[in-house]
Design a protein. Sequence first.
Lengths: 581, 581
Amino acid sequence: MDKILRINMGPDGDPKYTEEPLGDYAGFGGRGLTSAIVSKEVSPLCHPLGEDNKLVIAPGLLSGSTAAMSGRISVGCKSPLTGGIKEANAGGQASQVLARLGYAAIVLEGKPKDDTLYSVFINKDGVTIAPANSLKGLGNYDLVEKMKEAHGEKIACISIGPAGEMKMAAASVACTDMELRPTRHAGRGGVGAVMGAKGVKVIVLDDAGMKMRQPKDPEKFKEANKAWVAGLRKHAITGESLPAYGTNVLTNIINEAGAFPTNNFISGRFDGANNISGETQAETENARGGKGSATHGCHRGCVIRCSGTYYDKDGQFVSKQVEYETIWAHGANCGIDDLDAIAQLDRLDDDFGLDTIEMGATIGVAMEAGIAEFGDAKAAIRLIKEAGKGTDLGRIIGNGAAITGKVFGVERVPVVKGQAMPAYDPRAVQGIGVTYATSTMGADHTAGYSVTANILDVGGTVDPLKPEGQIELARNLQIATAILTDSTGMCLFIAFAILDQPDTFQALVDLIAAFTGQSITANDLTEQGKAILKMERDFNRQAGLTEADDRLPEYFKKEALPPHNVTFQVKDEDLDQVFNW
Amino acid sequence: MDKILRINMGPDGDPKYTEEPLGDYAGFGGRGLTSAIVSKEVSPLCHPLGEDNKLVIAPGLLSGSTAAMSGRISVGCKSPLTGGIKEANAGGQASQVLARLGYAAIVLEGKPKDDTLYSVFINKDGVTIAPANSLKGLGNYDLVEKMKEAHGEKIACISIGPAGEMKMAAASVACTDMELRPTRHAGRGGVGAVMGAKGVKVIVLDDAGMKMRQPKDPEKFKEANKAWVAGLRKHAITGESLPAYGTNVLTNIINEAGAFPTNNFISGRFDGANNISGETQAETENARGGKGSATHGCHRGCVIRCSGTYYDKDGQFVSKQVEYETIWAHGANCGIDDLDAIAQLDRLDDDFGLDTIEMGATIGVAMEAGIAEFGDAKAAIRLIKEAGKGTDLGRIIGNGAAITGKVFGVERVPVVKGQAMPAYDPRAVQGIGVTYATSTMGADHTAGYSVTANILDVGGTVDPLKPEGQIELARNLQIATAILTDSTGMCLFIAFAILDQPDTFQALVDLIAAFTGQSITANDLTEQGKAILKMERDFNRQAGLTEADDRLPEYFKKEALPPHNVTFQVKDEDLDQVFNW
């Protein structure tokens, strides 16, 4: 994994590719690499859909090795949604396969000379870029079926649906999972629109004949990986809760905490929560029984195994087991408590290539605008279908909550830097509010998941309803996340184990050190995390973002959230200290 | 004119008003006053449509007096279009009438407790605020008819159409002209949306029984006004060209200069220019002959008299004589060379309460997106009608070019700070490019009309195609405009005479000095202009705008504009010196 594949899409001639050594980028992986390339090579003032933007797809530093949980892939660019730098990452098989093919990154550059759509195929023999106009308009599901017909079943796909082709700012980049379904998405920030602007519909990866990536110190690596796996299995959340219920184990917990945003963030508690909880979902899946409904991993090498499969009443596949964020976005946030409808919305989003968080928040805003009633699942399905078709209304919806709020003159729009807030109300989880406000990515729970100490008593305990301690919490988690998960390829859920178990944290440090052959300490990694955040902040500053963009919308400071009747209390001047380490 | 009328619309109870002396705001008028109030009283991070924004309506400092040309009124707020401070001004009768009623400003504050729409009536006996839900959805023309029925013909109206009620970011505030038609608009920046958010449909003004405002030094004032009028009549542009052809005298001049943006800024020359020029328009109007087609003023006290009336083939009134900016926006920029169609678009915009510049630019972007063909006048009319109706597509259009570009994934969108560029391509008039880039208002020709020295050889000559001299030109014009026209109530067109004729400039200084009774020099006025710009810049900075927002879209630096095949050459670091005086 020591090469960068650059594909210049035009406009001067047909697409052509070059390969080059990592050079100055050596040592970076995942988000560290995407942000390094974007901040060095992309003009902060360029149009996100123009030829000067670049789409960087980078496996994590440990991806393609036997390190457990190392299957996440990063997609970076200047974001059409936030106007700042963007890294969105996804699970699925693509990261491991791309890494084994020897690529630290694919960089899509330039812009096709016309509206030809292309496919890219990469295997041990090289890279093929071909016009693929017959794929135009295909949903991700049909697209992957066509790729299976053409290339067999041992592939992984990275693709966009119609939303990406239409360059919608909520368009995602899909990655196939272990069942070769396009269910794992680099969802946030419109990375799919940038792939669409580059004219690339799908990148098909086949690593047949390629080997697992080898650590520099195999003995130490093997030992560290053993301790690593043991640590993950030992922790209650990674060893029990997530495998049993998937991420949706959170619905009852967050609802109980009064932090489950309901009806476009009007309340923190949803009457219908029990109908859509992880427990109910597991029960439903088990009762319907289809093949593969037991929890499993989204990629090979996963030991947490929080994924599952959702079938309808007749045992027909609908979608992956719906993740917590989507259960919330399409559920509570729109007043919908119907699991079947939510699973259908999840499937539509995955098929059209749309970010489920952004879509749920957007429909919430549309409902506040009176386009539909809260709780109307049929209307929500219709709205997502409009987005997939690209009707006028669908174009609005597909461009996300901020645009939808502007178009319909809505004041209560839960976004930061133009990106919709995820499934935790920042008034009832003030630490995540600090992350939403200050993250370089716009509102993003994964950038610094303060829900840990605020709600789950993981990595300490910080009162979620008070401002005290939130800055430090969000700062430390943002630094750690930038390097330990987003750059290594590790799944975010390892955070629970490494925050609570010092020996598991050390196992991860050892794993990185043994893989790279360098004597790396926890302090070194902290410094790397800070360096990544600094690059991103610098890009954003040059792109025009300021302290004013590191704020929640004013109504979170004014409207008290039931049931705790609390407003967001963290002071502006304290928010400005998050990156002052 | 020494009182501020504050109307608190709610939400705590029904609307109520208070009157207060100018206090700290004494000495400010027009834009100086709106920007002072907004920058002091409005939180830069508030939602533009929320209760914390304020809409300030302020006559110029000399409005209501006998000073010739002093009839412009300023409307200020935090802009829903730019996210920064906004002042848009309009001609018509409202300024003189409001000033004579004794008000330096009306400030609409708060937000109605429900969706009741209100009307405000002000005469010598006081202020009446009443629910007026029967006016909901009315176009400005029908609305004014109803006001005439209720209050007689000696009124002036300040109102919004359906676009303002729908809080569209391109919604204008209409003022009635001398014929009591709603043809004069504070168009830019969505001030109409803020009036809509305040729940005020119309402010009806009746100054019967009120007196002309009196200068402190009547003798000196009379003398200065005489010199002032003589100076305006003497200059070729204010004395001849504008009276003969109206503002549309510019079409042939700007087209000849290769600076007439055509088909969404793809070229600087329009084949159909002659069909829509001021000369052709005057010929057409004269041939059709209806009553009032001769040029006249938009307000009493005007000596330039560049207004006219446009009739259809059957002699029926269509709209005011269409202004140059609109001729361009709905004409060349959309590839349309049909005067009748353009007049119809002008009428629709005025009726719905939409900014014609923003609408023309938006339709150009929509045409680039493939929503309609360039040159298709019927499609353009249909699109504006959609905006008036508030269909999904209409909502997009009504929110302006930047939003339309985002929704349809268009890269070439001619905006700065989210506001559409007017009728001069910044590549072929580089001085106006500097104004577009750096104005506190977003792209705005009136903020520093460098077309003077760049094209018209007024106030000197600066080569329009080269970067040299443009910074100083745009800086000086922005300072002068902020105080000499935008704050005094003087029409911008006086600029031609005061730039070329030192004695006419001195007459204006004397007019201000005699009116206020203070010994004011040209230097004092320059300092006041700088102070206004500084207030506005400070507000914008706190609202999150930076140097990155003081830039043209990147494509103006990369795409050469025919026929001169020139790109925008002024360097970024030089743009940052505009306010470094």
